[in-house]
Design a protein around this ligand. Structure first.
Ligand code: PRX
Length: 655
């Protein structure tokens, strides 16, 4: 892969409307280029200026960047701040009565909360956490439904300097348990249940199960938000109701002033190999990234009604629900539920009811809504929209064009934002008033982000061409380390053999003759199921944990709606099963994975074989399995394959 060929030839160009350009925060290419130039000429000066302009410091910093301990960079290190103060208290003067969150529940009930009330709730809850003896640096797991309370929980942790780790509510007890153990968390904040598409889904019982798995647990408190009021098992004195914890708690909580580098949160992300990585973010650098991207890419205005549909269990829900919009003083919609309940018009109805101006979602949601009702948006008044966004995977040009034409009524630019859990905020995305758009391209890097493409020898691909996507200079919102595993951080993102000094994103990318970036996917094998990214290793380990299974390998297969579905290749300890036997075992294994990891990891297809294709050194050759899963001819080199005969057997129809 010295260079990567691009096979997508997309020539359509969408220039932003004058009506958009005239009101944009960055009005034109010149303004965008002048910021880029400022960053190129005086990198530290540029980011220092941004940090002073955007963040309210308790104690100003004197040094911008410390690169001495590469790649463990430090930004604004001697400065002190509090992130919750920057999201809430700073808005109390001018915006106390402004609505911070418009919450719409699964059923469609709406609750509004002002900045004044959000501040009060965060303060009371933060005082509640302090009364449980939770202090600065303690880790707190948040396993919550989408709710105002989930945002309060995150903000309250940052207020007292505790480090939160949000675990997506769809993860199983085992996944939750692993994250509790890895962080050595002292508390879990959860709810009795969550609602999804009209159904209730247990949360507290999953926490109980996860905690039972640890013999000597670190967790001494479980705080439960009463979402549905169902009966739950009670473990005294460990369990505390949220509403009882905050009774009589003072309505002001002095923020814990922390250093700029204090860890704000840990968020687990799956890689293709090994256990999930606890990505650790800083306080100031992370907050700065979330804020500047709100301004530049979402073109944020105080009059906006902003809606990012992501769950707080993912990085998008951290940067563009829990932190970025609040730090900018925005009014935002927070949504519990699914895009298709009670029907596929749900998103469009929410945009209409709350006059949403900026709407940010994932290509998988867009694809499923196209399938369910390509004309549905026309039944709603979407005239409030002025900007659309996309995140999580490459958006295919046809879905882009539908999104632009039908949802955005050809009026709204689309910001296709490329970034990662590790980068904290947008890295490559169009500044919408300045950059003409090409469907499927995330266009150009943000000012101050030195993105580039290198070949495998580490040489920069300067002109048109493809290769590995890197970022050449450290940037404020970059993750600081992998929790408890700095060596893994260094080896994964700054490997000596490729790039060396550069941040290696793990994605391949291509730049066209106009300099536009096109993301071509992961270099490794991460699966993307309905917008959720899962590593192969976790699913394989779950399969192998079943007593019948000897070996397993999983690959992704494209799916029109879900992005990808999982195809699992399984070798049993006994004979390779046939007919009804095979069907029975396949069902058992699919349910098993669902229980072990969560329903999103359930394989769509299972194929049984006597063995898996392996190299002579024993490595499974997933690229061959991928071809089989997709029903493609195997045209790749199989000379390193130890057992070629196995391919024929694995090609048998899936179950
Ligand atoms: O492969 C890229 C893809 O999602 C990866 C990051 O996943 P995660 O850490 O879960 O964060 C998702 C939300 C930021 C990237 O390495 N990806 C994300 N956004 C895009 C994308 N691929 C193409 N285009 C995008 N806009």
């Amino acid at each position: 892969m010295a260079t990567i060929e691009s096979v997508l030839h997309e020539n359509r160009l969408f220039t932003p409307d004058d009506s958009f350009v005239n009101q944009a925060n960055l009005l034109n290419k010149e303004e965008y280029y002048s910021l880029c130039k400022e960053a190129e000429e005086d990198y530290e000066g540029f980011w220092g200026r941004m940090a002073r302009e955007y963040i309210q410091w308790h104690k100003p910093f004197t040094k911008v960047l410390d690169e001495n301990n590469h790649p463990f960079f430090k930004w604004f290190e001697d400065g002190k701040l509090n992130v919750s103060y920057n999201c809430l208290d700073r808005n109390l003067d001018a915006n106390a009565d402004k609505i911070a969150i418009i919450f719409e529940s699964d059923k469609g009930n709406v609750t509004n909360i002002t900045y004044r009330d959000l501040h009060l709730q965060v303060c009371q809850f933060a005082n509640g956490l302090r009364s449980l003896n939770i202090k600065k640096d303690d880790r707190v797991i948040i396993y919550m439904p989408m709710s105002i309370e989930a945002v309060v929980a995150m903000q309250a942790c940052s207020r007292i300097g505790a480090i939160h780790s949000v675990v997506f509510g769809g993860f199983s007890a085992k996944s939750l348990h692993e994250r509790i153990v890895d962080t050595a968390a002292v508390a879990v904040i959860t709810a009795d249940e969550q609602m999804r598409g009209g159904r209730s889904v247990s949360l507290k019982p999953v926490v109980d199960k996860a905690l039972e798995m640890s013999k000597t647990g670190s967790v001494s408190s479980v705080v439960i938000y009463q979402r549905t009021g169902t009966d739950i098992e009670w473990h005294s004195p460990r369990d505390i109701w949220w509403h009882e914890l905050i009774v009589d708690k003072p309505i002001y909580c002095e923020p814990e002033w922390v250093g700029a580098e204090h860890p704000l949160f840990i968020l687990y992300t799956s890689g293709s190999t090994g256990r999930p990585k606890g990505i650790q973010h800083s306080s100031a650098g992370y907050l700065l990234g979330a804020m500047v991207s709100m301004k530049w890419i979402f073109d944020y205005k105080p009059t906006d009604i902003f809606w990012c549909t992501a769950d707080v269990g993912w990085i998008t829900g951290h940067s563009y629900v829990a932190y970025g919009p609040l730090a900018m003083g925005a009014t935002q919609v927070v949504f519990e539920g699914v895009p298709t309940f009670p029907d596929a018009g749900r998103f469009w109805k929410i945009i209409q009811s709350h006059s949403v101006t900026v709407f940010y979602t994932a290509p998988t949601a867009i694809r499923s809504l196209i399938k369910l009702g390509p004309e549905l948006p026309e039944d709603y008044d979407l005239s409030s929209l002025r900007l659309l966004g996309s995140v999580g995977e490459p958006i295919n040009p046809e879905a882009w064009v539908w999104y632009h034409k039908v949802v955005g009524q050809s009026r709204c630019p689309i910001v296709d934002t490329w970034w990662q859990t590790e980068t904290g905020c947008h890295m490559i995305a169009p500044v919408p008033g300045a950059i003409p758009l090409k469907p499927g391209s995330c266009t150009f890097p943000l000012p101050g982000i030195m993105a580039a493409i290198i070949d495998e020898a580490g040489h920069e691909v300067k002109n048109e061409g493809g290769g590995l996507l890197v970022i050449k200079r450290p940037f404020p919102s970059l993750a600081r380390t992998i929790w408890g595993n700095p060596d893994r951080f260094k080896n994964t993102y700054f490997p000596n053999d490729i790039g060396g000094k550069y941040y290696l994103a793990g994605d391949s990318a291509h730049r066209d003759s106009d300099g536009y970036f096109w993301i071509m996917g992961r270099v490794d094998d991460v699966l993307n199921i309905s917008g959720h990214r899962l590593g192969t290793m976790e699913i394989e380990s779950a399969l192998v944990a079943n007593s019948l299974v000897a070996e397993a390998a999983v690959v992704g297969k494209p799916h029109e709606i879900k992005g990808e579905v999982i195809v699992a290749f399984v070798v049993l300890k006994g004979l390779c099963p046939k007919g009804d036997d095979a069907r029975k075992i396949a069902i058992e294994l699919r349910n098993w994975v669902s229980k072990e990891i969560g329903p999103i990891a359930k394989p769509e297809e299972i194929r049984f074989g006597d063995n898996l294709p392996k190299t002579r050194s024993g490595k499974i050759m997933r690229r061959l399995l991928r071809a089989i899963g997709r029903g493609e001819e195997i045209t790749q080199d199989i000379s390193t394959l130890e057992n070629p005969a196995i391919l024929e057997q694995l090609k048998q129809p899936a179950i």
